[in-house]
Design a protein around this ligand. Structure first.
Ligand code: FE2
Length: 343
């Protein structure tokens, strides 16, 4: 069930989704102190000396042996620039996290109560089967808000996820630095029925029955759904372009027999098709929403429903951290609400 029983105000105005000055503050205040998942331990250990990744428009590389970060070599960069730069690299479960800041929270502090959960969820029996870096023409906050709607599946993924939970089995957790969503329905909407139950028997694994989705602010999103889980890192590139970096895992288990091997191959292939189609559905919506925000005839004002209260919670966190003055509503004779948010 939800924590609000009424509508909440939309705190951010359309201008907050395309403003270069605000993005600069968001990078400094929200992104730089944070840890970002940019890969999997296999990326560092499959005979590679270094692993490249991009954060906020610059390319970096991880030194796999030393577990440190340096600037990637580019024609415009001197050797001293590369050597002087350093950041932090830490691994939890099979996930590689980086921070471009040498001070501040450790990864354990950043993940807080989720540290052990993430270590186990992306640990031993789980195997990565799909990496999908997606560049989307939308502001990074749009990508975050898209996955915080509890009716996201009905609205965006009608053709992929075909069954949807009713509100009475959906629960929200709202905290200072994160929010969560859990579906608690083990019969009608269980993720463990039918084919999932059969595959679980063949692989001899026991997936968790509850769907669980969390975001650790600003941009680390983790979900568990039966035989699959995923981590999504949302990174701004420009005010109107972002990177959605997805890594999907499945519960492979430890059985090495031919049946388990064949079953896991089928599951991986099905998972790749299913999730790539779902990401395509998301991207189409996101680019349309961004175009609407930038159009001259965007809607005036707006409310957030109780089912979307995680969006309100995220907007409040982002506004507080970056000094954005939230939208206030001027009510005219016709009661139409007007935006008055500033950066
Ligand atoms: Fe989605």
């Amino acid at each position: 069930m939800f924590q609000s029983d009424t509508h909440l105000p939309q705190l951010l105005a359309p201008v907050h989704y395309s403003d270069p000055g605000l993005l600069e503050r968001e990078v400094q205040k929200l992104m730089m102190p944070a840890w970002h998942c940019v890969g999997n331990i296999d990326d560092l250990s499959q005979g590679k000396e270094c692993y490249r990744f991009e954060l906020f428009g610059k390319m970096y590389e991880i030194d796999g042996a030393r577990r440190s970060i340096r600037m990637a070599a580019t024609p415009s960069q001197s050797r001293s620039d590369r050597l002087y730069f350093s950041g932090r690299v830490q691994v939890v479960g099979k996930l590689v996290f980086v921070s471009l800041s040498n001070a501040g929270q450790s990864l354990r502090e950043f993940l807080g109560t989720h540290y052990d959960y993430i270590r186990d969820l992306f640990g031993g029996q789980w195997q990565r089967f799909l990496v999908a870096p997606q560049i989307v023409k939308a502001n990074w906050k749009g990508l975050v808000e898209n996955i915080l709607e509890s009716y996201h599946l009905e609205e965006v993924h009608k053709n992929t996820f075909r069954t949807f939970p009713s509100a009475d089995v959906c629960f929200h957790d709202l905290h200072d630095s994160w929010s969560g969503y859990t579906e608690r329905n083990e019969s009608e909407h269980s993720h463990l029925r039918g084919g999932v139950a059969t595959i679980s028997r063949l692989l001899k694994v026991n997936p968790h029955p509850e769907y669980r989705h969390i975001i650790i602010y600003p941009n680390c999103v983790i979900a568990r759904m039966g035989l699959f889980n995923w981590i999504q890192t949302i990174l701004p590139i420009t005010p109107v372009q972002s990177m959605n970096y997805w890594q999907f895992f499945f519960l492979r288990g430890e059985k090495k027999n031919p049946v388990a091997w064949a079953t896991s191959e089928l599951l991986k292939n099905w998972g790749r098709r299913f999730f790539m189609k779902a990401l395509e559905e998301d991207n189409q919506v996101l680019e349309g929403v961004q175009a609407g925000l930038q159009s001259v005839s965007h809607p005036k004002g707006g409310l957030i429903s109780a089912r979307e209260e995680r969006i309100f919670h995220f907007q409040r966190h982002a506004a507080e951290q970056t000094g954005v003055v939230p939208v206030t509503y001027a009510t005219g004779r016709d009661s139409a609400m007007k935006w008055s948010g500033t950066c």
